[in-house]
Design a protein around this ligand. Sequence first.
Ligand code: SF4
Length: 376
Amino acid sequence: MSELVAIRRPSGGIPKDPRQNLRGLDHEELSAWVLANGMQRFRADQIFGWVHGKRAPSLEAMSDLSKADRARLAPLASLERLRVDLVAPAADGTRKLRLRTSDDQLIESVLIPNEGRGATLCISSQIGCALTCAFCATQTLGFRRNLATWEIVDQVYQAQDLMVAEAEERGETWPERLTNLVFMGMGEPLHNYNQVRRAIAILTHERGAALAGRRITVSSAGLVPAIERFGREGLGMEVGLAISLNATTDEVRDRVMPINTRWPIAELLRAVRAVPIHRRRWVTFEYVLLAGVNDSDADADRLAKLLVGLRAQVNVIPFNPHPHAPFQRPSPRRITTFVERCRDNGVHAYTRTPRGDDIGAACGQLALEGDLAQTA
Ligand code: SF4
């Protein structure tokens, strides 16, 4: 029997600031905070709209707040943002944003154009990761800390600011639109559950960025208790759930994703099946295809059996080779055969073309390495 693998502990905590970062409170929390600080409740609507709807850079910009309220807020509130360290454009239009936190740590987000239909942003939820998936570059960083809510939310605003600046540079009036948001960057989002939950509430609020919940996907490597909580709290009705599966036997998954030694495949799928999902939604299973490891015909057959009865879509992601993992990408022929065999077995399987792999922005490659790129 395989040894149980510990979930790593963070080497640090979220930096403390006596001031409240207004980007990190959901609408309800902001209302309570405003009241507790001697202002009227309706101010919360105004402040929330300024911070999240209009992305106001300062308290001074919030022109419908009274001078007295702005003065009252000044020592209590912060509007601190991440700093853009680097924007790395890839040949296929993907941009990797490297962002610096107040404690001088780096995180990455990836903006991926959707051919004329807006863009998808892939954001991080932790610095490094507590898990140790063998194919993943992020895990080599260790687990530094969780991101604060405002650091999660600000990745979206940084990407939107970038799209505005790019449109201005092109002389266009309308920037590209952010249509989809995926929590698939650095870290295991459900391991930072509370901050991710709050960030979703903020980003989908009608007075804020107003992103559609149906266009948000949270991905998990298989933290079963957190998936159960996701289901209990009704998040499956609000946003999409993706599971990084990557193997069809416990023997292989234990090796590729050691979290499996705690919550093996059967337990994971039991938890996923119990999550109430919106009737129009499907659960996505990510399957990183590793040559000679999980790409056989027998794997395709087992995958179909595992997913029987689930409204599931499988994204087959040919492995993006990087120096941190000993795996290879299967041949194009093996990839096609695998996907076709899945389909013959009734699985809705699609091959995901790697995006941004020339800048280390493709799936599993986020590891903060410098690339030849333009500094923002
Ligand atoms: S694949 Fe995701 S969950 Fe696994 S180590 Fe990498 S960042 Fe963490």
